[in-house]
Design a protein around this ligand. Structure first.
Ligand code: MLC
Ligand code: AMP
Length: 497
């Protein structure tokens, strides 16, 4: 990318007819021209609060077109966009504020953050709030900040095995290189219309989906969230859809989802969690479409993909994307033989520049030769095709959201009646994996699961809270004293069947 600003790079690909619709949403439409002017006005709003290049702009709002303008305004201004999942509780948000020290925080009018951040704007899902009051009287600030390819433009929090979330620092080059590769690899073409029902506080909905459409000058059918009836209604108007596997499971469960409905669709893409072979096959049978599965992570955006023109295989995440080097390695980072199982390590322009304020943690996750240790267990064949077969990290993926058991266990163990707990994932028909907890109480203590739930609800986002809690007398441990989660996973395998 030769442009000195990522927004400028996207803008250079906008259609010549700037009156064309970019976002079609529940309250109207936004053209490319309105996007350009609106994001410039949003820069003025931020500048009035003294936001400068490198300042963090933290955003915890429902999905809205105004939030997209805000993201693009941050790119224009060189500010670091820090989106947060709206499900995060006050306790979780306090940590992010303390860690990222944002210059300004944009949140729902209902949220109270007084005294915690220097400056606050509000924005609700109806496009109302103090941010919009300022926006409505702002003049566009046209000039773009120079931002080098290795400078950070976004920071996305990912949970960690220790229970402490880490801010992944994403650079201009990470985003531009990945967007260009995906746009080409997935064959984006004139006339494509993207159905967008993902949240825009994670890499999938914010970067992968939005950037492909921006680069293609495409219209986005912008859904507030994934509501299966609304999506079914809009599928005939779209040509491309991206989603987590839960989207496809829910579509398949809908009586109106059939071949005729999807006749205008060119491509269904899945990722963020494993797509079950069963879902892939059912989908093909029902629609004649082979879902294109790809694999990625916040720290490296998209890493591998099944081909657009070649064979898409159930259970495989395809090939390393152009420019991405991948190897399957042992625990020392030595490449092992093709066909053997090991940890996937990667290197390329897509790989982030490290964790915010955590140089030691960053160093731990990179090899000396620059390869990043994904923590995913995989196997690669002689043709470079990769299958993800497990995770070295103790992590659950529920409906495309990562849950680190340690974080949940810490919260459960803080409850006075609890001696110890173990949290693990077991198959869940809708969410892929269901967060499940077993709890050992202190001798003589009593507490019912509702009390436990109430307690957790104050500290943990809903998607992290266990869907089932079981009380047991003691945790299964091996001779080293390590909790044997494999035994628990087996024992409770039928919990959601
Ligand atoms: C919502 N709930 C969840 C949940 N989402 N519980 C577990 N896991 C989830 N993912 C809670 C709700 O609060 C609710 O609780 C209950 O579960 C059922 O809610 P729902 O109405 O079914 O939720 P819904 O709004 O439909 O959300 C489900 C979903 C959503 C799958 C549509 O979670 C979603 O959009 N997920 C996408 C995640 C994503 O974008 N991941 C990308 C990460 S980036 P109750 O008890 O109140 O009923 C990444 C990199 C890469 O991973 O490779 O892409
Ligand atoms: P996140 O940190 O939210 O970006 O989640 C990244 C993790 O999601 C990866 O490390 C994988 O474990 C998982 N993941 C993403 N896509 C896939 C996929 N197609 N198949 C299996 N796991 C996936």
């Amino acid at each position: 990318m030769s442009n000195k600003n990522l927004y400028d790079f996207f803008r250079s690909r906008f259609p010549s007819d700037m009156g064309k619709v970019f976002l079609e949403h529940d309250r109207g439409t936004i053209s490319f021209e309105e996007l350009d002017i609106g994001s410039a006005k949003m820069v003025s709003v931020l500048r009035r609060r003294s936001v400068k290049k490198g300042d963090r702009v933290m955003v915890q709002v429902e999905k809205s077109p105004e939030a997209v303008l805000l993201y693009l305004a941050c790119l224009r201004a060189g500010a670091i966009f820090v989106p947060l999942n709206t499900a995060y509780t006050d306790t979780e948000v306090d940590y992010f504020i303390e860690d990222a020290k944002p210059k300004v925080f944009i949140c729902d009018p209902k949220v109270s953050l007084s005294g915690k951040v220097p400056s606050i704007f509000t924005l609700n899902d109806q496009g109302k709030g103090s941010l919009i009051d300022s926006f409505n009287v702002a003049q566009p600030f046209e000039s773009l900040e120079d931002v080098d390819s290795d400078e950070i433009v976004a920071m996305l929090y990912t949970s960690g095995t220790t229970g402490r979330s880490k801010g992944a620092m994403i650079t201009t080059e990470n985003l531009s290189s990945n967007a260009l590769v995906l746009h080409k690899y997935w064959g984006f073409e004139t006339g494509d219309v993207l159905l967008h029902a993902l949240p825009i506080y994670h890499a999938h909905g914010l970067f992968v989906a939005l950037h492909c459409a921006l680069l293609n000058g495409s219209k986005i059918l912008f859904h507030k969230n994934f509501n299966v009836d609304d999506v079914i209604k809009d599928i005939p108007n779209a040509t491309v859809m991206m989603g987590v596997p839960t989207f496809y499971v829910r579509l398949l469960a809908h009586a109106k989802f059939n071949k005729n409905l999807v006749k205008n669709m060119r491509l269904f893409i899945a990722g963020s969690a494993p797509l079950l072979a069963e879902t892939f096959l059912d989908f093909e049978e029902r629609t004649s479409h082979r879902v294109l599965e790809r694999y990625g992570m916040t720290e490296a955006l998209m890493i591998t993909s099944n081909p657009y023109n070649g064979e898409r295989i159930a259970g495989s995440v395809g090939f390393p994307l152009p420019g991405v080097a991948a190897r399957i390695a042992d625990d020392k980072g030595q490449e092992i033989s093709r066909g053997d199982i090991g940890v996937l390590e990667i290197k390329g322009p897509n790989v982030f520049s490290g964790y915010w304020n955590m140089p030691e943690k960053t160093a731990e996750e990179f090899r000396d030769d620059g390869f990043f240790i994904t923590g995913d267990i995989a196997v690669m064949d002689d043709n470079d095709r990769i299958c993800i077969v497990g995770r070295a990290k103790d992590m659950i993926i529920s409906g495309g959201y990562n849950v680190y058991p340690k974080e949940v266990e810490i919260c459960i163990d803080e409850i006075p009646q609890v001696k110890e707990s173990a949290v693990f994932g077991v198959p869940h028909m809708d969410f892929g994996e269901g967060v499940t907890a077993v709890v050992v109480l202190n001798k003589g203590a009593t507490v019912d699961s509702d009390i436990l739930r109430q307690n957790l609800a104050e500290k943990l986002a809903k998607f992290k809270q266990p869907k089932s809690i079981y009380f047991i007398n003691e945790l299964p441990r091996n001779t080293m004293g390590k909790v044997q989660k494999n035994i628990l996973r087996e024992k409770y395998a039928q919990a959601y069947k």
